[in-house]
Design a protein around this ligand. Structure first.
Ligand SMILES: Cc1ncc(COP(=O)(O)O)c(C=O)c1O
Length: 428
């Protein structure tokens, strides 16, 4: 089977030229496609939910150039650390366009988020007092709900009742009462129960659970939510032939639940917030790498110059990422390869037993759908240096938006002068 609906933003000659200017491996992001996608999302949700906000999950692609583009399309940020808050700020995402959705949050993160005016989303009932002590309670506080057995699990995030996140139902009711008693005046309700979920009904069901909870909170405590936030987790079609989420269908499904639950309860208007990451940028990023070896033992291997240090999803989750051998898109997939990186880990495999055209050393290999949770999850095990990132601009130019790591970067936390002075024999 040759590559089907998986395409590249540049043709083979253009990619080869690029690889001459910027040595492989590198990430390549398609700005025009990201913008078009953001516009489709806004066009689907904004007319149905006038108070609609998408807080892009910065963890998915923490590059300020990408964030600036998304900010330009009207997106805000979802952050989980101080560096992510800084990135959002640098990209021009300000105030309540930024959420801090974190867990086991250190005091310094609450302090930074409050100083930035970000919406703080609490992960636990004990964090009310913790936040109050650390930073003082802001006017608006959101709380993360864990529906436990009310909601089925999903293969990456697991079953909600086994997940470490959020408040139980009783805790969230008590939590909002406690927040109100302490002077908080504005409230948001959040959950995140899925990862890479393509089923529209699953997301509508999540909205319904939050809408019903907002109604129950109002009935039992008198507290009115300003918004619900459905979190992230919208899936993308990693495999050729899978159907992407239809934004119009999803927005209409959530709106129908809203009309059935929120409107009759007198809670309209209620803001709708999302924290999508993967679906915003995932399909519009590629890891471009080069075949540096082929190896024939009990299996056939293609060794590439990227490794799991650049993209860990296949190794970590056994996740499928489609692979194109650049320039051989139409060639018959006659070979069965494991496409592997150079880590001393046998799960450093971008593909296992994958049918591909015959690969020659020097061929460029494009790994698709790497625009979210890709470079961001990289690491330096084995002293591997993470690759850089390029942005394909709508005018066809390509700009580096992050350089590759250097050996000096790898050593930057070490003090070799102190090593010179260090006496290995002393202190025994
Ligand atoms: C709290 C939170 N929000 C949003 C996201 C984004 O999820 P996704 O990229 O699957 O949409 C994540 C992902 O891990 C998350 O932990």
């Amino acid at each position: 089977m040759a590559t089907s609906d998986k395409t590249l933003p540049l043709d083979a000659a253009q990619l080869r030229q690029l690889a001459e200017r910027f040595p492989t491996p590198f990430y390549l992001y398609d700005e025009a496609a990201m913008r078009a996608n953001a516009r489709r999302i806004m066009a689907a949700f904004r007319p149905l939910f006038p108070d609609f906000h998408e807080h892009y999950a910065v963890k998915a692609l923490p590059n300020p150039f990408i964030l600036k583009i998304l900010a330009d399309e009207g997106l805000g940020a979802d952050c989980a650390s101080i560096p992510e808050l800084i990135l959002a700020d640098k990209a021009g995402m300000r105030g309540e366009e930024v959420m801090l959705t974190s867990n086991e949050t250190p005091a310094r993160e609450f302090i930074a988020a409050k100083r930035q005016g970000a919406v703080i989303n609490l992960d636990d009932i004990t964090h009310i007092d913790f936040l109050e002590t650390a930073a003082g309670l802001p006017e608006l506080v959101s709380c993360r709900y864990n529906p436990g057995p009310l909601k089925d699990g999903n293969h990456i995030i697991g079953k909600p009742e086994e997940a470490k996140y959020g408040f139980t139902r009783e805790q969230i009711l008590a939590g909002f009462v406690r927040l109100q008693a302490k002077g908080v005046r504005r409230f948001g309700l959040h959950t995140m129960v899925a990862s890479n979920e393509l089923n529209v009904d699953y997301h509508v069901e999540t909205a319904r659970i939050l809408f019903e909870l907002a109604v129950e909170i109002k009935a039992r405590t008198g507290i009115r939510m300003e918004f619900v936030n459905l979190g992230g987790g919208a899936g993308i079609p990693y495999r050729p032939g899978q159907q992407p989420i239809d934004y119009q269908v999803l927005a209409r499904g959530i709106r129908a639940a809203y009309d059935a639950i929120i409107v009759p309860a007198g809670l309209d208007p209620l803001g709708l917030h999302l924290e999508w990451g993967r679906i915003i940028t995932g399909p519009y990023g590629w890891l471009i790498t080069k075949a540096v070896h082929t190896k024939s033992i009990y299996r056939e291997y293609v060794g590439v110059d990227a490794s799991m240090a650049d993209l860990m999803r296949p190794g970590m989750y056994g996740a499928y990422h489609h692979i194109t051998v650049v320039g051989k898109e139409g060639a018959p997939a006659t070979e069965t390869y494991d496409v592997v990186g150079s880590l001393c880990e046998n799960n450093d495999k971008f593909a296992v037993a994958r049918q591909l055209p015959k690969v020659a050393v020097g061929d460029l290999i494009a790994i698709h759908d790497a625009g979210a949770h890709g470079r961001a999850m990289g690491f330096n095990y084995n002293g591997k240096l993470r690759c850089g990132e390029l942005l394909l601009r709508p005018d066809g130019s390509t700009v580096p938006i992050r350089r590759s790591e250097t050996i000096d970067d790898y050593f930057t936390t070490l003090d070799f002068a102190a090593l010179e002075r260090f006496d290995a024999k002393a202190g025994q």
